[in-house]
Ligand binder design. Structure first.
Ligand SMILES: Cc1ncc(COP(=O)(O)O)c(C=O)c1O
Length: 483
C-alpha cells in the first residue's frame, strides 16, 4: 500500500495526500478503526514532509474520515467507506428514457454532425473569431466589477437578472427605436434559453408555429422538442414571402410565429423595412404572437440601419424580442435577454426561477461593466471591419469558383449557397471532406426536409488563405459532380 501515490499537479501537497487517503478509505483499502501510519512513517512512504502529513490528517479529521486517540495516533473513522450493494445494480437506462430525451439526442447535430479532423478547412462554424476578443478590456471589466461588489455578486441574484444590465439593455433597445412603454426584460442564458422559456410559457392551442424556411436549426430543434408542428414559409431576396405567408395564415391557425429578420440564419438575408411593416400588419390581423430573433443585428457592413420588428410594432405588445450578444461579443458568456410585454415577463421570470434560479450574476455583471466601460462600440468597430473584409473575400471567392444558382448573405458571419435543384450538397460534402474541406449542408435548416441543393458557409474563423483554398476545392468538386 501507499506505493501508487503520485504528485500530479500544482495543488497544495497536503490536499493531494488527504485526497489520496480519502480515496483509500472510501474504496475500503483502509478499513474502519484501522490505525493510520504515523506521520513520520507516512511522510517517508509518500516522500513528502512530516508537516504535510500532519496537515493532511487534520483535514481528514475535519472531513470526518479519521479520528485521533490520545497518545495512540490517527485512525480511520467508522462508516467512511462506501457501502456497495451485494450485487452491483445495472440499470438499462435506454429503457427508462422518455421521448423528449430520445428526440433531443436524435436532433443533436453535435453528435451526428460532420466531424472535422485536424487541419480540415471548416466552414461549419458561425461563432465569432476569438482572436478578435479584447481580453484586456474584459479582464478589466471583471476586476472593476469585483472590486465594487464582488461579495454580493458571488451570492444568489435575481431571477429577472442583474439590474444594471437590465437598465443598460433597456436603453440599448430604446436606441433601436423600440417603444419600451409597458415592456420589461428578463435575462437568460443566451437566445436559446430565452426561446425555450418563451415556448414553454405559450399556450399550445393548435400546436402550430409559423416561421421562415429555411431557419435556425436550434430553433427548429426546440420547436420540435416542444411538440410544435412547424410550417415554414419560403424566403425571397428581401425576406419571407408574404404571399405564401398570407396563404398559410388563411388556411390554419397558429399559436406563434418565429422570425429572424436581420442577417437571417442560414440565408443571411435582411428583411426590407417595407416587408417588416407588411409582416407586422399580417401578424396583427391574425393576432399571432411574434418571437423576433435579433441575434445578429449589429453585424451590418453596408446599407442603412433597419429597425427590429418590435420597433415596427410601436406601442403594440405582440412581439417578444430575443436578444443575444453571442455573435457580436462572447458566446461563452451565455447571456441573452427577452424584451416583451411586462405582464408576460412577470410569468417568464417565474419559469426562469423554477428552472435555473437565474443566469450567472458574475457573467451578467462582467458583461454590464464591459458595456458600461464603452467597449462594445470600440470592439464592434474592429470586429465589423474584420468581418466585412472576410465577408467580401468569401463573396468574391464564391463568385469566382462556385457554380451556384443563388448566393445570399447581406452581412453577418456566413453566406448561403444554392445550386440547381437535383444537386446534392451532402454528396458534395462527402467528396470535399475527403479533400479536407467541410461546410454545413443546407437541408438541416429546412422545416420540410428540402434544401438538399443548398449549403451554408461560415467564414468567421477561417483564414483568408483557407477561405480561397477551401472555396476553390468546393467549387471544383461541385463542377466535377455536375459533370
Ligand atoms: C438565428 C440565431 N439566433 C440566435 C443565435 C444565438 O444563440 P445563443 O444566444 O443561444 O448563443 C444564433 C447562433 O448561431 C442564431 O443563429
Amino acid at each position: 500500500m501507499f506505493n501508487d501515490f503520485k504528485l500530479m499537479d500544482d495543488r497544495p501537497v497536503y490536499i493531494q495526500v488527504k485526497d489520496y487517503l480519502k480515496r483509500l478509505i472510501i474504496k475500503g483499502a483502509l478499513q474502519a478503526n484501522q490505525r493510520l501510519p504515523s506521520t513520520r512513517e507516512l511522510g517517508m512512504l509518500l516522500n513528502v514532509s512530516r508537516n504535510t502529513v500532519i496537515s493532511a490528517y487534520a483535514e481528514l479529521q475535519e472531513d470526518g474520515f479519521a479520528y485521533t486517540a490520545q497518545g495512540k495516533g490517527s485512525y480511520v473513522a467508522a462508516g467512511s467507506s462506501s457501502v456497495t450493494a451485494p450485487s452491483s445494480w445495472q440499470m438499462d437506462w435506454k429503457t427508462r428514457l422518455n421521448g423528449h430525451a430520445r428526440l433531443a439526442e436524435e436532433l443533436d447535430l453535435m453528435k451526428r454532425g460532420i466531424r472535422a479532423d485536424k487541419g480540415t478547412i471548416s466552414f461549419t462554424s458561425i461563432a465569432p473569431d476569438e482572436k478578435l476578443f479584447d481580453l484586456d478590456n474584459f479582464k478589466r471589466a471583471f476586476l472593476d466589477r469585483m472590486s465594487v461588489e464582488g461579495d454580493v455578486l458571488l451570492n444568489y441574484g435575481y431571477a429577472k437578472g442583474y439590474k444594471p444590465l437590465i437598465d443598460y439593455l433597456l436603453r440599448y433597445m430604446d436606441h433601436k427605436g423600440v417603444d419600451l412603454k409597458g415592456k420589461d426584460i428578463l435575462i437568460t442564458n443566451g437566445f436559446t434559453e430565452g426561446f425555450d422559456i418563451v415556448l414553454s410559457a405559450l399556450s399550445k392551442k393548435n400546436g402550430t408555429v409559423i416561421c421562415e424556411n429555411p431557419t435556425h436549426h436550434t430553433a427548429i430543434k426546440n420547436l420540435k422538442l416542444h411538440g410544435f408542428d412547424i410550417t415554414g414559409i419560403p424566403m425571397e431576396r428581401d425576406g419571407i414571402n408574404l404571399r405564401e405567408l398570407e396563404r398559410a395564415l388563411s388556411e390554419q391557425a397558429y399559436d406563434c410565429a418565429y422570425f429572424v429578420p436581420s442577417y437571417h440564419n442560414p440565408t443571411g438575408i435582411v428583411m426590407s423595412p417595407e416587408k417588416r411593416i407588411e409582416l407586422m400588419k399580417l401578424m396583427t390581423r391574425h393576432q399571432i404572437p411574434v418571437i423576433e430573433d435579433g441575434f445578429n443585428e449589429e453585424l451590418r457592413y453596408s446599407g442603412s440601419h433597419v429597425s427590429p420588428l418590435m420597433a415596427t410594432a410601436g406601442q403594440g405588445n405582440g412581439v417578444i424580442y430575443l436578444g443575444s450578444f453571442s455573435k457580436v461579443l462572447f458566446p461563452g458568456l451565455r447571456v441573452g435577454w427577452v424584451l416583451a410585454d411586462r405582464e408576460l415577463i412577470y410569468y417568464l421570470e417565474s419559469i426562469k426561477r423554477a428552472r435555473t434560479i437565474h443566469t450567472s450574476t458574475i457573467d451578467q455583471s462582467i458583461l454590464y461593466q464591459y458595456l458600461h466601460n464603452g467597449n462594445l462600440e470600440k470592439y464592434l468597430k474592429k470586429a465589423r471591419a474584420e468581418y466585412k473584409r472576410k465577408y467580401e473575400w468569401t463573396l468574391q471567392c464564391c463568385k469566382e469558383y462556385i457554380p451556384y444558382t443563388q448566393l445570399s448573405g447581406d452581412g453577418g458571419l456566413h453566406l448561403f449557397v444554392a445550386f440547381g435543384e437535383g444537386f446534392h450538397t451532402r454528396e458534395l460534402l462527402d467528396a470535399c471532406s475527403r479533400q479536407g474541406v467541410i461546410f454545413t449542408p443546407g437541408d438541416i435548416f429546412f422545416t420540410d426536409g428540402k434544401g438538399q441543393h443548398t449549403m451554408r458557409l461560415g467564414f468567421s474563423r477561417v483564414s483568408d488563405e483557407n477561405i480561397s483554398k477551401g472555396i476553390r476545392i468546393i467549387g471544383e468538386t461541385a463542377k466535377q459532380l455536375m459533370g
